[in-house]
Design a protein around this ligand. Sequence first.
Ligand SMILES: Cc1ncc(COP(=O)(O)O)c(C=O)c1O
Length: 389
Amino acid sequence: MKTIFPQLAASVRSAVDPFLAMDVMVAAEARAQEGKQVLHMEVGEPGHQAPQIVREAAKAAIDHDRISYTPALGLLSLRERISAHYQETYGAEVSREQIAITTGSSAGFILSFLSAFDIGARVGLAAPGYPAYRNVLKALGLVAVSIPVKAENRYVITADDLQAVHDLEPLDGVLIASPANPSGTMLLPDAFAGLIECCARNQIRFISDEIYHGIVYEGTARTALSHSSQSIIINSFSKYYCMTGWRIGWMVLPEDLVRPVERLAQSLYISAPYISQIAAVKAFDAVGELDAICLQYAANRAKLLKALPAIGFEGMHPADGAFYIYADAGRFTNDALGFSKSLLDNTGVAATPGVDFDPDHGQTMMRFSFAGDATTIDKAIDAMGRWLG
Ligand SMILES: Cc1ncc(COP(=O)(O)O)c(C=O)c1O
C-alpha cells in the first residue's frame, strides 16, 4: 500500500519571479513547433557555435581523456590561462590562486552571495538590470535593493545614487554589470572609480559582472580590478566566447573569499564540467574568429538603431557593448508582457518585456537581442514595421 501525504507547500523562498526571457523562448518554441516563423530576439545567446579550436579540444578530450571531476576551483591549466588573459587584456596582475572556475556566471552569483553575505544582507542592483540577480538574492534570503537608473544617466548607478540609498538604510553589497543588460551601457572610467571608492568608504562589497567584456562598440570595457583588487569579479565563456550551453565561467576573488568559495563549490556542484574546462583553455586563442562575430553584432546594432525609432520605439541609449537594445514601446503599450505576446503572435518576433528587468518601471519597455544573424534582424524589422506602422 502506498502512503498518501497531505498537500505540502513549496518553499516561500522559491516564489521568485519567472525569468520572462526564458518564458518567451518557450512560447516561441511552441510557435515554431506549429511550423510558424519565429524571429528570436528574446534570449541573450550568440547565434554562432563555439570557436573551432574549442570544439576540437572537446572532441579530443572525449576520445583520449577520462572525463573526471576536477578540483572545485577548476583545472590549473584553465586558471593559469585566465590569469594570463588578465595580463594580456587589462595589464592586471591576477594570480591563478585567486581564480575559481564556475558553471557559468550564474553559479558565480550564488557563490559570491553565499560567501560574502549573511541572511538578510542588502545588495544594491540597478533597475533595470539582469533579473536573475534579484531572484537568486531573494531565494538565498538576501534583500535585493533596487536602485533606479535612467536612460539620461546612461542607465548606470552613480556614486551619488549609491550613497543616497546607503544613507537611507545601509547596504552590504552592490552588483553592477558594465556593459549592462538590458541597456548595453558602460560605466565611464571616472564613474567606475567613483562607485568603487564609494563602496570602499562605506564598507560595501563590490561585485562586478563582466560577462559582456569583449563585445564592445563604443569605448573600452574596464575591469573593476583596475580600480580595486578587493572587488569580486564574475565572468563567463557564454557571451563573447559563444559557449552558453557549455556552462562555464569564472570568478576572480579577493584572497579572503577563495577558501569559502572553494568549500561552497565542493558541496554545491563539486566542479565545473571537465570537457568544458579543457575546451575553454583554447577559447582565448580564438580571438580572430570571435571578433569577426562581434562585427556582425555591430552591423545588427547599427540597423536596429536606425530602424527601431522609425517604427516608433523611443528613448533608447545606443548600446556601448553587449547585444541588446532597451527601447520604450510606450507609443504602443503600457503592458509590456501583453505586448510581447501580441508581437510574437502577429509578427513571429520574440522579444523580452521590460518588466523582466524592471518590475516597477518596465511596463512600456522592450528588450531586443541582436545576437542572431543579419537575416533575422532584417526580417524582424520588416515584420514589426508592417504590424506597427
Ligand atoms: C548580465 C548577465 N550576467 C550573467 C548571465 C548568465 O550567464 P551564464 O551563461 O554565464 O550563466 C547573463 C545571461 O544572459 C547576463 O545577461
